[in-house]
Design a protein around this ligand. Structure first.
Ligand code: ATP
Length: 367
């Protein structure tokens, strides 16, 4: 793992007034560039040729500088890293960044300063660690089953890695599990190797919420503050609108299994009486992260389900900006109570970086 002091050394060579915000042109990049520009930063996009037209088509969100790449994983190459360092870039790691580059490679090979604590990206990439993190944060988590023979309720079967729900399936018994897994392998949805490393988790029936938090070490007179900036609900294909097919028969008759592949996001609010617990969860996840890996800085999200009993179950943490924040470039129904100006998560990141530059405290928000 590259030590933080090495990254801070690279940062010392940066000119504070010329510091730029950069990321891969995907996921939440438009929002990140838009927010950075509003805070007065130059912006740098790492872009493949096929996406260039789109990213240049939005005058208020287009990157000032484009670093062309053949494929996004080229961001690890010496050429791209040197260009990023020469442009004085602080990278904002989003979901696609972590997916294309890999959390381990980011820790071991990426010499460019990254906003936040890069160790949190390694923590979010392991389901086992996320479970430990959630438990240590006193969050309610769905029950897990080690062996398919123990399945005694509706379960969701997950494959490892940030796959955006790809390949997941529902099951109700060992027999059903074996049949569906065999089908997945035969159809090459997953490999036999991937089938060995699954999480069998109780399916929590309720309404999903994806609250967007931001932890700032500077607010509250330097004591730090966790902000609940906004929330969304992920749109997942095909489960989202599967009811539209039910006029033709039951799902069993039609041999259709629900799938959970993310295609987009929708805005969502929660009843105000549930806000205290939702906020508390974000604060506790932040608190426990300090003991586990030195603390989470900047944006993060807890994926949860609210049951009819109004219990909030958490099943995943994203330790970086999530794409659901793209709904709120002009701020949200919650950020309005925190900031007088429109505050997206992208802009919030840029604001925090600006504060760190002014306070000469970049070591608190960059690794
Ligand atoms: P990402 O990394 O993009 O968040 P992932 O591959 O880690 O995706 P999850 O986020 O764990 O997958 O799950 C994908 C989707 O499956 C969720 O958004 C949700 O709709 C559904 N889901 C996951 N776990 C549960 C659960 N225990 N109960 C009900 N639904 C669930």
């Amino acid at each position: 793992m590259i030590p933080q002091k090495e990254i801070l050394k690279a940062l010392e060579a940066y000119h504070p007034k010329k510091m730029a915000i950069g990321t891969i042109c995907s996921h939440s990049a438009l929002q990140i560039f838009h927010g950075a520009k509003r805070e007065g930063f130059r912006t740098v996009g790492i872009c493949t040729e096929d996406r260039r037209e789109l990213y240049e088509s939005y005058p208020l969100a287009r990157p000032d500088v484009i670093i062309p790449v053949k494929k996004f994983s080229d961001v690890l190459s010496d050429r791209v890293q040197s260009e990023l360092l020469a442009e004085n870039v602080v990278i904002i790691p989003h979901g696609s960044f972590v997916e294309y580059v890999g959390a381990k490679n980011l820790e071991d090979q990426f010499r460019v300063p990254v906003f936040g604590n890069r160790r949190s990206l390694q923590w979010e990439s392991s389901r086992k660690q996320v479970k430990e993190w959630l438990k240590k944060s006193n969050c309610l988590v769905p029950k897990e089953f080690k062996h398919p023979k123990d399945i005694d309720r509706i379960c969701i079967v997950k494959f490892s890695g940030a796959k955006g729900g790809r390949g997941f399936f529902l099951t109700t018994s060992e027999e059903d599990y074996k049949r569906k897994m065999q089908e997945k392998i035969q159809k090459r949805v997953v490999s036999a190797e991937e089938a060995q490393h699954v999480t069998i988790q109780e399916f929590v029936n309720g309404v999903r919420y994806y609250p967007h938090y931001f932890s700032s070490p500077f607010e509250n007179n330097g004591k730090g503050r966790v902000e609940l900036l906004s929330m969304d609900k992920r749109l997942e294909s095909n489960v989202e609108e599967i009811y539209r097919i039910l006029a033709a028969g039951t799902l069993q008759e039609l041999k259709i299994n629900p799938t959970y592949v993310v295609t987009g996001n929708a805005p969502q609010t929660i009843r105000e009486s549930l806000l205290p617990e939702l906020y508390g969860m974000g604060r506790r996840v932040h608190e426990s992260s300090k003991k586990l890996f030195g603390g989470i800085v900047g944006p993060y999200c807890i994926e949860c389900v609210v049951t009819p009993e109004l219990d909030i179950y958490s099943f995943e943490i994203s330790a970086r900006i999530v794409a659901g924040t793209n709904l709120y470039p002009e701020g949200s129904f919650l950020s309005a109570y925190l900031f007088k100006e429109p505050m997206s998560t992208g802009r919030r990141i840029a604001r925090e970086l600006k504060t760190a530059i002014t306070k000469k405290a970049l070591d608190q928000v960059v690794y």
